[in-house]
Design a protein around this ligand. Structure first.
Ligand SMILES: N[C@@H](CCC[C@H](N)C(=O)O)C(=O)O
Length: 278
């Protein structure tokens, strides 16, 4: 098979395994594949596994053709693929090296309970940022990939879509950023809407959940265990005293398939079919 489709709470990825497909994943090819209507459509591509000297790694590609350092749903989905494809076993912990650091994975139930130690959250800055005449107080968080968390009174998809592109591309973030608008519901529950770097509005994001929970903890607004409510569903996040973050959530398998030869031929003609990031 050329691809295996999974989603984590509506954040959907295609897993492509270099041991099973020979497609050259150029940025144009990634944009073509991820573009809805013209291609398969997805929130990104997970390309791997690559294993040497006991190190297991994979690539996380955004729909705009760029590569992300880390992804929470991406790690859970890739972990599920490793189980499904027989590379790893349920109940046996293992490590994956991402460009954003090492993550530790344990599958208790491959559909409902994938447990990931996501690394330590750090807080590089907390600038006030003006968008459309409104000044937002932010807490920036690195989970290995960059996040900008913004507490607001009303968490809506409309607001995320309105300010997300401007925050993503703000001059404070030369490498661009993911953005979350955040409402603390109580000390164990937060609600977020997400604008992802290189992907746009998504229904859920694992690293965004970790970043938002870490920011809320840093602000003294939540306890150690937090349920993150998103448009696509909920994730359980544990924030240690040292801001080491653990995430527990589900993964659903959807389909697998092969790309048509005529579609693969269009990867060299990016202007032929309007490959735009959504
Ligand atoms: N959906 C992911 C995040 C994917 C990477 C992100 N767009 C980035 O560029 O950092 C998640 O679940 O964490």
């Amino acid at each position: 098979m050329d691809f295996y489709r999974y989603h984590g709470l509506g954040n959907d990825y295609l897993v492509m395994d270099p041991n099973k497909t020979q497609i050259n994943l150029t940025p144009d090819a990634i944009r073509a594949i991820c573009t809805a209507h013209f291609g398969e459509g997805s929130d990104g591509i997970l390309y791997g596994p690559f294993e040497s000297d006991g190190t297991l790694t994979f690539h996380i590609y955004n729909p705009d053709g760029g590569e992300a350092e880390k992804s929470g749903n991406g790690v859970r989905i890739f972990t599920r693929y490793l189980i499904d494809a027989g590379y790893r076993k349920i109940g046996e912990p293992f490590e994956i090296v991402t460009k954003g650091g090492v993550v530790r994975c344990l599958v208790i139930d491959k559909e409902t309970h994938l447990q990931i130690e996501m690394g330590t959250a750090t807080f590089p800055m907390a600038p006030a940022i003006e968008v459309d005449g409104v000044t937002y107080q932010t807490t920036c968080v690195s989970m290995g990939n960059p996040h900008c968390v913004i507490p607001v009174d009303d968490v809506t998809a409309e607001l995320a879509k309105q300010i997300g592109p401007q925050i993503e591309n703000h001059s404070l973030f030369p490498n661009r950023t993911n953005m979350q608008i955040l409402k603390v519901l109580d000390r164990q529950n937060i609600q977020i809407e997400i604008w992802e770097r290189g992907a746009g509005y998504t229904l859920a994001s694992g690293s965004s959940s970790c970043a938002a929970a870490a920011a809320a903890r840093k602000l003294g607004l939540v306890d150690e265990q937090v349920t993150v409510h998103m448009a696509g569903g909920t994730l359980q996040i544990k924030i240690g005293d040292d801001y080491g973050i653990e995430m527990i959530g589900p993964v659903a398998a959807v389909s697998s398939g092969n790309f048509a030869e005529e579609f693969v031929r269009t990867f060299d003609q990016p202007h032929a079919v309007g490959y735009l990031s959504k």
